[in-house]
Design a protein around this ligand. Structure first.
Ligand code: ZN
Length: 303
């Protein structure tokens, strides 16, 4: 099974109604069904343009995202539970990138869950009511802890991408359930990426909870000569440190300018070819390409 855990493609819904065919985008729903099995579709709003309007804008995009997928119900569905995953098929997962949309007390969580949200990035780069971000540290707050607990009860994946390190370690202490990082890289290979790239200790901590860390295509997190080989270097380092069962792919398509060899979903096979060239077995490639994240979804999503 092929899973990519981070695309910003839903932002196109601010100017269009259907994500099926977007020739200018790096990914779209049609290409999802052609090239992979599950794509995590992030609704990103934690920016100045949306401050104070995150909840309503989230509602607006979530509704359009559900409607867009429903227009192609013969080929793709919104992933709600483990039964769908076990049955096979093509799915989009509705994700929030940043928890501001949940409200000051996390009060919108149940509503968004009812409408299909199954993946929550606690913060974007700045602190919010839940936790501190990569560029603005804070504690994991009481509201944040309640939201994490409620995500466990409802069946929502908790995503640590963009989280500040203080909050990250408090979360690791607080929870005993699998957590993920949808899109990051290895700080060991790119110290200049700072907190947005995971330290080796963070890679190990996610693994210890049974989670998976997704490697991205963001050139400024890859360092060196960004390209297919460099992404493969990050995957190999993460697999060495965290174990091969705890590494995945979260490209950040439509959220960054990836190296040209990887800048459209249909090109992703070149990454798996590169790992093959390096001597990876098919079974190992399958783990990183989706089976590891599949395991987490089977454990976390509602039955
Ligand atoms: Zn991001």
């Amino acid at each position: 099974m092929r899973i990519d855990t981070h695309w910003d493609t839903p932002m196109y819904l601010l100017k269009t109604d259907d994500l099926w065919h977007l020739p200018d985008a790096q990914a779209d729903l049609q290409r999802l069904t052609q090239h992979i099995d599950v794509g995590v579709l992030a609704i990103y709003l934690d920016d100045n343009d949306y401050i104070g309007r995150e909840a309503d804008t989230f509602r607006f995009i979530q509704k359009k995202l559900n409607a867009s997928i429903a227009m192609h119900a013969d080929q793709i569905a919104v992933l709600h539970d483990r039964k769908q995953l076990a049955a096979g098929g093509k799915y989009g997962i509705i994700a929030a990138e940043g928890g501001r949309c949940l409200g000051a007390h996390g009060e919108n969580l149940s509503e968004f869950f009812e409408n299909g949200m199954r993946w929550l990035g606690l913060t974007w780069n700045y602190r919010n009511a839940l936790a501190g971000g990569a560029k603005e540290e804070n504690d994991l707050t009481e509201v944040g802890k309640q939201v994490v607990k409620r995500c466990g009860e409802l069946g929502i994946v908790v995503d640590t991408a963009h989280l500040g390190e203080t909050s990250f370690w408090q979360l690791v202490k607080f929870t005993d359930r699998p957590i993920v990082c949808s899109h990051t890289a290895c700080r060991h290979l790119c110290p200049e990426a700072g907190v947005r790239a995971f330290s080796d200790e963070q890679l190990k901590a996610v693994a210890a909870l049974g989670g998976v860390t997704g490697m991205c295509f963001v050139p400024s997190f890859l360092g060196g000569q960004p390209g297919v080989a460099r992404v493969a270097d990050h995957i190999e380092h993460a697999a060495e440190v965290a174990g091969i069962d705890h590494v995945g792919l979260g490209s950040d398509l439509d959220g960054c300018q990836p190296p040209v060899e990887l800048n459209r979903l249909e090109k992703q096979y070149v990454l798996w070819d590169e790992l093959r060239r390096r001597g990876w077995k098919e079974e190992e490639i399958d783990k990183v390409a989706g089976n590891n994240f599949r395991r987490v979804l089977q454990e976390v999503l509602p039955k």
